[in-house]
Design a protein around this ligand. Structure first.
Ligand code: PLP
Length: 305
């Protein structure tokens, strides 16, 4: 990102475009769903069930994967239906997903009911946890690290830091485990979108260890490489502030690349702030891993301008 690097006068900035992975506008869930959906198909499932926030990118990508494979899809969404269907919600409906609003109830509880109801109708539902963050989902990001190290080895830059948006921990668990497996020596920094750093580190470390066992890598811990910055939680989840707004405008106008208001806007806003504080030297290289989410932009229009 030459123009952004020059504008900030800090480290050399690169970007990895997981907003271009496909599944109804792309995002980090494509790499997770590659393994989750393979597992669903191996088990003979015919319906995907998952959960998330009303503007969940994970839910929208799950709906797209289901449509692509001719599977049914039910989404349990937090809260109640908003007056207008926009952003990811609009896409969920276009993709043919059934929407269930949890209202006052716990999403997990409603999901159990939906799974039981589908079973009673003779369907074979496959339940995917929040954010697709279990050992199957995290495996997608272990392999993403293989892809990155291969690209870097084929004439790419020498990356000192990877910075990205972290929330349910699956992306971070996979990247950090993948770094160990594929010998990536740089630092991996998750910018927390909604959790205190200690909580997210514990969650992602446990998931990385479970994923290592799942992949037959033995018992290993990567807790010492689990770095989380929670300085940018702002007013809370999906509350767009000046940090997100500035980052979205900067990347759009200097690079022609869109960020999302909830995840990547916050993570890039954090990176910009860290650069201004002098957290990196000019000779270092930082790779921003774009995890998608731009389908949500329209739903936040009045807070972005
Ligand atoms: C666009 C975007 N970026 C980042 C994340 C965070 O990924 P993870 O849940 O694996 O931490 C999510 C999902 O929660 C997302 O939708």
């Amino acid at each position: 990102m030459e123009r952004l690097s020059k504008h900030l006068a800090g480290p050399e900035l690169w970007i990895k475009r997981d907003d271009q992975t496909g599944l109804a506008t792309g995002g980090n869930k494509t790499r997770k769903l590659e393994f989750l959906v393979a597992d669903a198909l191996a088990q003979g499932s015919d319906h995907l069930v998952t959960t998330g926030a009303p503007q969940s990118n994970h839910c929208r990508q799950t709906a797209a994967a289901a449509a692509h494979l001719g599977l049914g899809c039910s989404l349990v969404l937090r809260g109640s239906s908003p007056p207008r269907l926009e952003g990811n919600l609009l896409l969920d409906r276009l993709l043919g997903a059934h929407l269930y609003w949890a209202a006052e109830r716990e999403c997990g509880e409603v999901m159990n009911d939906v799974v039981a109801e589908l079973r009673s109708m003779g369907r074979k539902p496959y339940a995917i946890p929040l954010g697709g963050s279990n050992v199957m989902g995290a495996t997608g990001y272990v392999l993403a690290m293989e892809e990155l190290t291969t690209q870097l080895g084929q004439g790419g830059p020498n990356v000192d830091f990877i910075v990205f948006a972290s929330s349910s921990g699956g992306t971070q668990a996979g990247l950090v485990l993948g770094a160990k497996v594929y010998d990536f020596r740089g630092q991996i920094l998750g910018i927390s979108v909604d959790h205190p750093a200690d909580q997210l580190k514990t969650l992602a470390s446990a998931l990385a260890t479970a994923t290592a066992t799942h992949l037959g890598l033995g018992t290993l811990s990567v807790a010492d490489r689990m770095d989380v910055n929670d300085d940018y939680l702002g007013e809370g989840y999906a509350q767009v502030g000046e940090t997100e707004r500035e980052a979205i405008h900067l990347l759009a106008q200097l690079e022609g690349i869109l960020l999302d208001p909830v995840y990547t806007g916050r993570a890039m806003g954090g990176l910009v702030d860290l650069i201004r504080w002098g957290a990196f030297t000019r000779s270092q290289t930082v790779l921003f891993w774009h995890t998608g989410g731009t389908a949500a932009l329209g739903a936040f229009a009045e807070r972005l301008l």
